[in-house]
Design a protein around this ligand. Structure first.
Ligand code: UT7
Length: 326
């Protein structure tokens, strides 16, 4: 059986922060941010809003669209690097909010590729008949782990959540055709949060040196991203006997407009086929792909039979692609 995406949902917190506001925080300009990234504004979670709260709002919308009752979900997988607390998982908290008792629930940690990793895992449970209704979520409150003194990173990130509902379909012509995932742990230093884990647990030093925040070698990540996204997209298409020209729509992790433009250019896919929303949300890590999918879906982009190519890359480095016949 293939997995069919029958519901999508997303949520962005209320507070909008513009590039002009970032100018007050660090030595940057609206022009630099727009030119180098494409970002114009981002949404920040309220102080009392945690990852599972946002995940709940996105999930409720996706479940409503799918016509699946929260209590009937039998698998919840959340891609996140900012769970409410180190444990239990954000997925367990989400299950609690949904008043669901049936599902087994867990998080997947693959940074910005988290929702594609989560999708891939959930797909296996659906395909093997173990689960009949899976909730796949990407949700992050990156502003809790942002270094507000680092202009290289703080201008990039935003908070949000996106969700998808998967069910099995007997239709051989529709659904999730494949997922391809890759990790290269030797590149862990390019993008990470060094403090707050078991190597450097919370301590005065971690606080004083701001180590429980995202550190990124932007230029290096950029180069790896363009190459990896092109390769993993070609891999997905080749595995299904398809070519870039067969792609109807691209749903990609929204990290940097220039990364996506270069990747699409290398693939020979017109930029108009790629739904862009990073000007509104910035980089929301694992929330990015499901949020983008939901926006394009609700805008009426997808028709039955359309071929959708999804791609994402993030810390690990971890990256992946998914091909969906809508
Ligand atoms: O989501 C997971 C994956 N993450 C990504 O895909 C992010 C990948 N990387 C990027 O998107 C880009 O590398 C950035 C947007 C982070 C940076 O853009 P860049 O074109 O690679 O800039 P750069 O790091 O090469 O820096 C160019 C200059 C530097 O100044 P000097 O050394 O040339 O004098 C930076 O200090 O721009 C400076 N700079 C800034 N200037 C104004 C860096 N950040 C800023 C800033 N405002 N916010």
């Amino acid at each position: 059986m293939r997995s069919l995406i029958v519901g999508t949902g997303s949520y962005a917190p209320e507070r909008v922060v513009t590039n002009k506001e970032m100018e007050k925080l660090v030595a940057t300009t609206d022009e630099w941010i727009v030119e180098r990234t494409g970002i114009r504004e981002r949404h920040y979670a309220a102080d009392n809003e945690a990852t599972s709260d946002m995940a709940l709002k996105a999930s409720q919308k996706a479940l409503k669209m799918a016509g699946v009752r929260p209590e009937d979900v039998d698998l919840i997988v959340v891609g996140t690097i900012t769970p409410d607390m180190p444990f239990p998982s954000a997925a367990a908290m989400l299950q609690c909010h949904l008043h669901n008792k049936k599902a087994f629930a867990f998080d997947v940690s693959a940074a910005c590729a988290g929702s594609l990793y989560a999708l891939s895992v959930a797909d296996r449970y659906i395909a093997t008949g173990v689960c009949r209704a899976a909730l796949v979520v990407g949700a992050e409150v990156l502003t809790r782990v942002t270094d507000w003194s680092d202009r290289n990173t703080c201008i990039l990130f935003g908070d949000g959540a996106g969700a998808m509902v998967l069910v099995p379909t007997p239709d051989p012509n529709r659904g999730l055709l494949s997922t391809h995932l890759h990790t290269d742990g030797s590149m862990w230093q390019m993008l990470n949060m060094p403090g707050g884990g078991s190597r450097q647990p919370v301590s005065q030093k971690v606080v004083d040196e701001n180590l429980a925040t995202i550190k990124m070698q932007g230029r290096e990540v950029y180069k790896v991203a363009v190459r990896a996204l092109e390769e993993v997209s070609r891999e997905a298409l080749a595995a299904n006997g398809l070519q870039p020209k067969d792609v109807t729509w691209v749903i990609a992790h929204q990290a940097n407009k220039r990364i996506l433009d270069s990747t699409l250019d290398r693939l020979g896919i017109p930029a108009e086929k790629c739904w862009m929303n990073l000007e509104k949300y910035g980089n929301t890590s694992s929330a990015s792909v499901p949020t983008t999918l939901d926006e394009a879906n609700r805008a009426g982009w997808f028709k039955p039979g359309d071929l959708i190519l999804m791609m994402a890359i993030g810390g690990g480095m971890a990256w992946g692609s998914a091909l969906v016949r809508w």
